[in-house]
Design a binder for this molecule. Structure first.
Ligand code: 16G
Ligand code: ZN
Length: 538
């Protein structure tokens, strides 16, 4: 058959490198960029099949390694909904990525097409390809195109250099029949941001400048474009990648959150200023400021948990204004085991429902969808707010019922605008930043005031290199280890020695390590608990 011949022929161009074992992992394939061409080519094929399997809906393919070093790259797939690739397809992704010969590849594809009853002969798949600013991106994108097109009758559309959430947003919008270009994305942010600004009761504060660390990546670049369309936001962008800085090197949200030190380009001159950091593909956002008692290197971090708390507070306030009917709304929060215990206490005190999910966006997203309004965040700054279709249409109905300009009308309009502003597909640093900024203006708060919502318990993360990380198996929420046998009892015994002690271990989904997290009432205790648990893992 010609289809088989087509794949056989193109796969000759992309032989698999010796001795690599790839896994789709938490967030797609990631490796040194020099090893990835064959993988990206194969993910191109998978994306065409996924599109065909879903009646030719558009699928997204993103080339990025997020916060990892510039010489790495990666590839992940966006489903037509804008969410992550269905987990049911991950084993197939692993299989084809590791197929050692063109023949094996073709036979795996053939079996899968039969099993899933994909009408491959009909053609008509469509895949949108995006990439971040990594130098290897263009070459890998060509490989993806060839993969997509080797499924006869499928088209590949190069949508250019984008943030990961932009691509997810565009794919989602297109499949909903909405306007879906990058300018539509910007226009949507600008309109809903302006709407929220106009709904601020009184302008309580003068707007101070926000300092943004763009991680020398795509996010800073896009923010420069966006800034041009916005009033009521004064942002100075540093680490744009144009000033000689290297992507993610000593900069970016992952660096700031893990190391708790200032990124390059920031220092003592910025003491007290409101600062924010994006990661390399702009799906993570954290805020920070440099406290006056520091010598300019330590930061006071406002992580994903603090952002979540701010969002929850604002939304809860709008629901309260709507009154009894607003209280019917199921507003819930999804966190991971990494969430600072103080943040969990804080949202519980607001009487919100809190559930825990396994690390990785797809797990949090799934649980947030169960609420009318589900807010999810990982401590590392990835998160968003999901509005259910039924709650949204209820809101839109209420917008007609309440008289214009009334408090209730304003509250409903704010919620509708939030649902437009905040990316419904995945966590998005650009839209998250705009929402934080508008809420701070609404409340009349400085970054310091926001930080006082609660005080983080001191915490420590360490990683332990082990011969086989799969030896560690945890419960579904990752708070307890089931294997190796007996280790949880030993961890519990350590925890007991500390006030407000909490600790857990989990195998990383992206690196060959076991991660240890510990929390306690003092930093010294958190450090010591983390270290003693790490000893148990070794
Ligand atoms: C990936 C995940 C992130 C998670 C991290 C954990 C997505 C888009 N990204 O970067 O959410 O926090 O992995 O890494 O899902 P780890 O398993 O190595 O700790
Ligand atoms: Zn990222």
């Amino acid at each position: 058959e010609t289809q088989i011949a087509s794949i056989l022929k193109s796969s000759e161009l992309y032989p698999i490198p010796q001795s690599v074992k790839l896994s789709y992992g938490t967030a797609g394939f990631r490796a040194d960029a020099s090893l990835l061409e064959s993988t990206v080519y194969r993910v191109g094929i998978l994306s065409s099949l996924r599109s065909l399997n879903l009646k030719s809906s558009i699928v997204g393919l993103m080339i990025t390694a997020s916060h990892n070093k510039v010489s790495d790259n990666g590839v992940k797939v966006s489903d037509p909904s804008g969410g992550m690739l269905s987990q049911e397809w991950e084993p197939f992704a692993d299989q084809i990525a590791n197929a050692s010969s063109p023949r094996e590849l073709v036979s795996l594809i053939k079996d899968f097409v039969e099993k899933e009853e994909i009408a491959i002969e009909k053609g008509g798949g469509e895949v949108w390809l995006g990439r971040d600013t990594r130098p290897s991106g263009e070459r890998l994108l060509r490989a993806a195109e060839i993969g997509v097109r080797s499924v006869l009758g499928s088209v590949a559309v190069d949508v250019g250099v984008l943030t990961t959430p932009q691509l997810h947003w565009m794919v989602r919008a297109k499949n909903k029949g909405l306007k879906a270009t990058e300018s539509d994305y910007f226009e949507n942010l600008v309109t809903s941001f302006k709407c929220l600004i106009d709904l601020i009761p009184v302008n309580k504060v003068e707007i101070s400048t926000l300092l943004l660390d763009g991680a020398n990546g795509v996010g800073g670049m896009k923010m420069e474009v966006l800034r041009g369309f916005l009033s009521n936001l004064d942002v100075e962008i540093r680490n744009t990648g144009r000033d000689g800085g290297v992507l993610n090197e000593g900069v970016g949200a992952d660096f700031v959150q893990k190391e708790k030190v200032v990124p390059l380009g920031f220092g003592v001159k910025d003491v007290g200023m409101r600062c924010a950091s994006f990661d390399g593909d702009a799906d993570r956002l954290v805020y920070f400021y440099i406290p006056s008692e520091s010598c300019g290197d330590k930061v006071e971090l406002l992580d994903g948990d603090k952002i979540l708390s701010l969002f929850a507070l604002y939304i809860k306030e709008q629901l309260n204004i709507i009154g009894d009917e607003g209280k019917q709304c199921r507003l819930g929060v999804v966190q991971t085991a990494y969430a600072n215990g103080a943040s969990t206490d804080y949202v519980k005190e607001m009487w919100l429902e809190v559930v825990f999910a396994k690390t990785g966006v797809k797990h949090l997203h799934e649980k947030a969808e169960e609420f009318d309004v589900g807010i999810y965040f990982e401590a590392n700054g990835h998160g968003t707010i999901l509005f259910s279709e039924s709650f949204l249409s209820w809101l839109v109905g209420k917008q007609k019922d309440y008289s214009e300009g009334s408090d209730k009308h304003n509250a409903v309009s704010r919620l509708v605008a939030v649902s437009n502003l905040i990316n419904q597909a995945v966590g998005d640093a650009l839209s998250g930043l705009l929402l934080v900024e508008v809420i701070l203006q609404h409340m009349g708060w400085s970054v310091q005031k926001w930080n006082e919502l609660y005080k983080d318990l001191p915490s420590r993360q360490v990683k332990v290199e082990v011969p086989d990380r799969t030896a560690v198996v945890t419960t579904s929420e990752e708070t307890e280890a089931l294997k190796p046998l007996g280790i949880q009892d030993a961890i519990n015994a350590e925890i007991k020695k500390y006030q407000h002690g909490r600790a857990f271990i989990r195998p990383s989904g992206t690196e060959d390590v076991v991660r240890v997290y510990a929390e306690a009432s003092t930093q010294e205790d958190a450090d010591s608990l983390a270290n003693s648990v790490a000893q148990l893992v070794k």
